[in-house]
Design a protein around this ligand. Sequence first.
Ligand code: NAD
Length: 295
Amino acid sequence: MEKIGFIGLGNMGTPLAKRLLKKYQLIIYDLDENNIKYFTDKGALACSTPAELASQTSRIFLCLPTSAIVEKVVNGDHGLLKTAKKDTYIIDMTTGEPEITRKISNALKQKGINFIDAPVSGGPKGANQGNIAIMVGGTKNQFSTIKPIMDDISSNIFYAGEIGSGHSIKAGNNLLNLICRMATFEVISMLVKDGVDPEKAVNIIQKSSGRNYATEITLPDNILSGKMVQGFSTGLMQKDAGVATRIADTNQVEIPLGKLSQELLKSTIDEFGEDADMSNVALTYEKKSGVKIRP
Ligand code: NAD
């Protein structure tokens, strides 16, 4: 059985890695004992450092919170670089910073190691269903080398362009998701205050010109169902919107809606903290408008 490494087995990494478990011998590393046990119980082999992991496989996926952590896992004292062999592929599924990604990739190229970006969109649900979007930045040759493994994760794989392009597009996507989410909560709480049933409003808008990811998935699946768990933290969304803002600032592009949506997100973070699930945004809107959106 071919060996595949996976580092970062949290909300997002777990469903991605689970798809690989079906076909490959998974070699894993994480800081969280519970996340490790979940996989070792299913036959994965755990390593005690990234260096140990890289000594066992030349195909390594990362799904870590930030690019700063990716840098540490790659370049740190017991990092992947200590043992990674020439022609190794490190595939970074983190929602990362394009600038840092290009820097790491260029440094690793000198050593014959491939570092490419492959962030994902569609959340744990999309990964479980096998249709999460994967946007790959790197050379076309790197893309075609690694695509057969990605085919085992999802049927929606896209070549995004040069190294860092996947991370740029992903940051733009998440800023757009945040803007649409805030706009949708604003409108739905207004309608509820006007006496409308929130479920009816969401169902009808979902079939009308105002539809978006929040009317299709966020509200029906996570809020109106009463579940209140999306599996994505407010802190990670803030980080993603921050990456998009830095891209805008570097290119001197104004993003007033993007900045306002981040201020609105900050109200939820101030009240519930950075580890809170993104579903808590609904509570902020309920408090602002004085109406209940949840059942
Ligand atoms: P998470 O906090 O649930 O999981 C992060 C995992 O990384 C944890 O298991 C943690 O123990 C591990 N980790 C942290 N530092 C580490 C280190 N130094 N070495 C080894 N392991 C370490 O986060 P998540 O929601 O899984 O998100 C991971 C990445 O995927 C983020 O960049 C996020 O923006 C992106 N993402 C998340 C979602 C989602 O819906 N959750 C969707 C798309 C993209």
